[in-house]
Design a protein around this ligand. Structure first.
Ligand SMILES: [Ca+2]
Length: 89
């Protein structure tokens, strides 16, 4: 059984998550899955996005991406990964 941790601890130190961003419709045109809006900021890790066709989905990662800091990474959407959602007020 995993020890209980706060959501903040999880997001800062542990999370490797799908963030709901993709370029499925047009290569390089990143859009949020929730409302199809474009991105107004980016948090790509150095050298990302580097997957080209076939890496349509974006996840937030650090260790699994071989990085020392968190950032966005494009991956094939078939990759098994936890995800995070935004709750509407
Ligand atoms: Ca990538």
């Amino acid at each position: 059984m995993r020890p209980a941790i706060s959501i903040l601890t999880f997001l800062i130190f542990i999370a490797e998550l799908w963030i709901g961003l993709n370029d499925i419709k047009k290569e390089g045109q990143w859009r949020w899955t929730s409302d199809n809006s474009g991105i107004s900021f980016s948090y790509w890790s150095s050298g990302e996005p580097n997957g080209g066709r076939g890496s349509y989905c974006v996840h937030y990662c650090k260790t699994s991406c071989g990085r020392n800091a968190y950032g966005w990474n494009d991956l094939p959407c078939s990759h098994t990964q936890e995800y995070i959602c935004e709750k509407q007020p």
